[in-house]
Design a protein around this ligand. Structure first.
Ligand SMILES: Cc1ncc(C[n+]2csc(CCOP(=O)(O)OP(=O)(O)O)c2C)c(N)n1
Ligand SMILES: [Mg+2]
Length: 331
């Protein structure tokens, strides 16, 4: 089984600035979503991505929009923004408005944009892995050159269907990258308590799927690694399994007493490994002025504020929409 290298990507200054902006957008968007939830403007589930921004930013920056496909679980707002989906319609969906991407009827976990190659947004833990394998089969069948990125969590990595998917994907050499976002916890259980093999990048070994373990708090490490993975997959050699070691700062969802870890642990990660602060330090070292970064933050905050205003000003869906978009045909 080949061992894939995980080089650090050498980014230009403008690429670094793009990564910084993208990660900031996700963070500020999620902070705003947390506030709106607190105000009662977001109902139902809401899983924030704060802390994990480098993963999706690094991965999405390497794929080809319009050719590749992306699928993930319920912690999906960051993935949508990184796919280039308008923050206004994502925020409108979170707040259940008619102008939302699922007409306000899906909410946080049920968003979709074929136009952007984003196939959800899935509430069933692990389901996106099988569906993503299907998307990869579609790429191969249609010979469109696309690769599917199927994102899932460390908890989902213990689901049975994940391994059925691994088997088929390797057997049929499907163009899929299995992306484990190991944020160290499932709902309330740490990966070490729940997994007999906690080095998750090794989980594909018995299917002969090469694995990579990557620092998911370092956007350049993520980008460097995914380029190697894409090279392998695009050459028709079959799937790759990437484990991104990351951390979520907030609770599993908005209703999480978080008794399974200490505040000090969270604070420690924030202080030592925050992906945005890390990149900021790098930019400052390269001579970018603090004022320039502040201006960028200001413009990102404005974008997010506008998204929240857009959402709040949009009407809720009409009652007559209750039974539309449920079944493909009218019954
Ligand atoms: C099949 C299934 N089982 C259980 C749940 C309840 N559940 C929702 S999220 C979750 C934890 C998943 O953790 P992980 O895969 O690590 O993802 P993370 O939330 O950390 O991003 C569980 C058990 C579910 N939604 N679907
Ligand atoms: Mg997890």
């Amino acid at each position: 089984m080949p061992v894939l290298k995980t080089p650090i990507y050498k980014a230009s200054k403008s690429e670094l600035m793009d990564f910084y902006e993208q990660m900031l957008l996700i963070r500020r968007f999620e902070e705003k979503a947390g506030q709106l939830y607190g105000l009662g403007l977001i109902g139902g589930f809401c899983h924030l991505y704060i802390g994990q921004e480098a993963v999706v930013t690094g991965l999405q920056s390497a794929i080809e929009p319009g050719k590749d496909s992306v699928i993930t679980g319920y912690r999906d707002h960051g993935h949508m923004l990184a796919c280039g989906i308008d923050p206004n319609i994502v925020m409108a969906e979170l707040t259940g408005r008619a102008s939302g991407i699922s007409k306000g009827k899906g909410g946080s976990m049920h968003m979709f944009s074929v136009e952007h190659g984003f196939y959800g947004g899935h509430g069933i833990v692990g389901a996106q892995v099988s569906l993503g394998t299907g998307l990869a089969f579609g790429h191969k069948y249609k010979e469109d050159g696309g690769v599917c990125l199927a994102y899932f969590g460390d908890g989902a990595a213990n689901q049975g269907q994940v391994y059925e998917s691994f088997n088929m994907a390797e057997l049929w050499k499907l163009p899929v990258i299995f992306v484990i976002e190991n944020n160290q916890y499932a709902m309330g259980t740490s990966v070490n308590r729940s997994s007999s093999e906690d080095q998750l990048y090794r989980r594909g070994e018995s299917f002969r799927i090469p694995g990579m373990q990557v620092d998911g708090m370092d956007v350049l490490a993520v980008r460097g690694a995914v380029e190697e993975a894409l090279k392998y997959v695009r050459a028709g050699k079959g799937p790759v399994l990437m484990e991104l070691k990351t951390y979520r700062y907030r609770g599993h969802s908005m209703s999480d007493p978080a008794k399974y870890r200490s505040r000090d642990e969270v604070q420690g990660v924030r202080e030592k490994s925050d992906p945005i602060e890390r990149l900021k330090a790098m930019l400052l070292k390269q001579g970018v002025k603090e004022e320039e970064l502040k201006a960028l933050d200001k413009s990102v905050r404005k974008t997010v504020m506008e998204a929240a205003d857009f959402a709040e000003e949009s009407p809720e869906p009409e009652l007559s929409e209750l039974y539309t978009d449920v079944l493909v045909e009218q019954y």
